[in-house]
Ligand binder design. Structure first.
Ligand SMILES: O=C(O)[C@H](O)[C@@H](O)[C@H](O)[C@H](O)COP(=O)(O)O
Length: 225
């Protein structure tokens, strides 16, 4: 698995540097294409990166922002990743970006899947992807032990899949591994000793046990204690 592991002195340094790198990757992609797709994770880690990115000077009006995965809860639920994006990324300069949602008010993800998938499929391949990782080695909502795991990892996977997993308290919706992997540049953000040890433990494990392995090839992994 060839990935670049970048170790930072502290989280603040990581956030500044990662936001710069993401901005650089987006600018580079914007110089080559009319529109660029930028997928980002939810959860607790990326908030400070969003705080830095939202003031970056680039042509946000040509950027399609989307989540790598979403929890199936309304936007005003504190667990909504969309809520996090609206508060911390899609503001200031980045307000000009187009947002491609992974949630619609349907009881279950299956009820909205096709409508959510269509506009995303039009913008593939993604230009830049930022991913998180859980200590159980899931990334996006591709969890070990999840009901649609095999499909999400398959080369023939659809763009989006609903996902239910023991490690996830509510149904999820996730971009599939080939969509994440198709990005021109991939970054993984992890904080803390536990996650570093978890990532090391993933080496040599089959993807079904360590879904993070499906996206690590040629990725930049950013870590701070
Ligand atoms: O909705 C989510 O939970 C995610 O997108 C998920 O894949 C996340 O990136 C990891 O679980 C890490 O989460 P933390 O940053 O909160 O540790």
């Amino acid at each position: 698995m060839s990935y670049e592991f970048i170790e930072y002195q502290d989280r603040e340094m990581l956030v500044i540097d990662l936001a710069n790198q993401l901005a650089g990757d987006l600018r580079q992609a914007l110089s080559q294409r009319d529109r660029v797709g930028f997928a980002v994770p939810g959860g607790t880690s990326p908030g400070p990166v969003f705080d830095d990115l939202n003031t970056v000077d680039l042509d946000w009006s040509r950027v399609d922002v989307l989540l790598t995965d979403e929890r199936w809860v309304p936007e005003d639920n504190p667990r909504s990743n969309t809520g996090l994006l609206r508060e911390r990324l899609l503001i200031n300069r980045a307000q000009a970006a187009r947002y491609l949602p992974l949630y619609a008010p349907a009881e279950q993800p299956e009820g909205a899947l096709e409508a959510l998938q269509a506009p995303i499929a039009e913008e593939l391949p993604l230009a830049v992807v930022l991913l998180g990782m859980g200590a159980d080695l899931h990334t996006a909502s591709i969890f070990p032990g999840a009901d649609r795991l095999e499909e999400a990892l398959s080369a023939k996977a659809p763009v989006l899949l609903p996902m239910r997993a023991p490690g996830a308290p509510e149904p999820r919706i996730t971009l599939s591994a080939p969509v994440l992997n198709g990005a021109l540049s991939k970054h993984v953000l992890i904080f803390g000793e536990d996650k570093r040890a978890a990532l090391e433990s993933a080496r040599g494990k089959p993807v079904a046990e360590a879904p993070i392995n499906a996206v690590l090839s040629e990725a930049w992994v950013h870590w701070a204690p």
